[in-house]
Unconditional design. Sequence first.
Length: 281
Amino acid sequence: MEDKRGELKKIIMDTKTLPTLPGVINKLNALSNNDKASVQEMAKIVSSDQVLSARILRLANSPSYGFYRVSTISNAMILLGVNVVKSLALSSSIFAIMEKNSVGLWEHSLGVGVAANLLARKLELPECEEIATAALLHDIGKVLVSLKCSEAEQEVLKLVRDRQIYMIEAERDIIDTDHAEIGGWLSKSWFLPEKLSEPISFHHDVIKSDNHRIKTSVVHIADVLIKASGFGNSGDSFVPVIQKVAWDTLKLNEQILAELVAEIEDKLVEVKNFSLEMMGE
């Protein structure tokens, strides 16, 4: 079985066959590791790629962040932070595939981004934008499986239907890994910070999150709530139970949850409209 998993990791991590990453990313990476580099310098590099800039600004103005006033890349970097803009730049080509080929997954991801942002703000957590970004990216592994292992993806979906099991169980059965771990591999190969890669890797298994358990808990609960709402399509229709470790980590109670669910319901209309606008372009 290790062979199967190892082979898959090689296929998935073969950057030559990943959706094209914009050339500006290497320059941005080099600059973001340089303490002396200014936000303006980094913004200038990203702005040199007009298509990429447009996509980042659309995502920055999505309901997942709730700003609606991000008009320039330097504005986005100041409001969202360099890590978030870099993550959106890296993910933009994968999001483009989701918008065209996996509308249900795209809507689910946007919805989880919104729910995570609302929960993080309700609990007055720091780095709400980074939490929203980890939530937006949480299922990115599913897109990679679909792109690079389409036969395996069909087997996984058949197993979900036949056995009525969670998608993550079917993935482990068919490909000996799962979309969360694959998303973690990708975020590490992109050198995303651990505070983004950990929630992506462990949103189904919060207990394994050591250093960023609060962020991981938020993404996990947001994912469960969006599945429960029936918004979008993450691959199966089964709603997992909120893990006790996540509930306890965030010190949640029934009242906070009820208020959050009401806020999410209101916001999902906006998400749907945003998604339809993106599709219409």
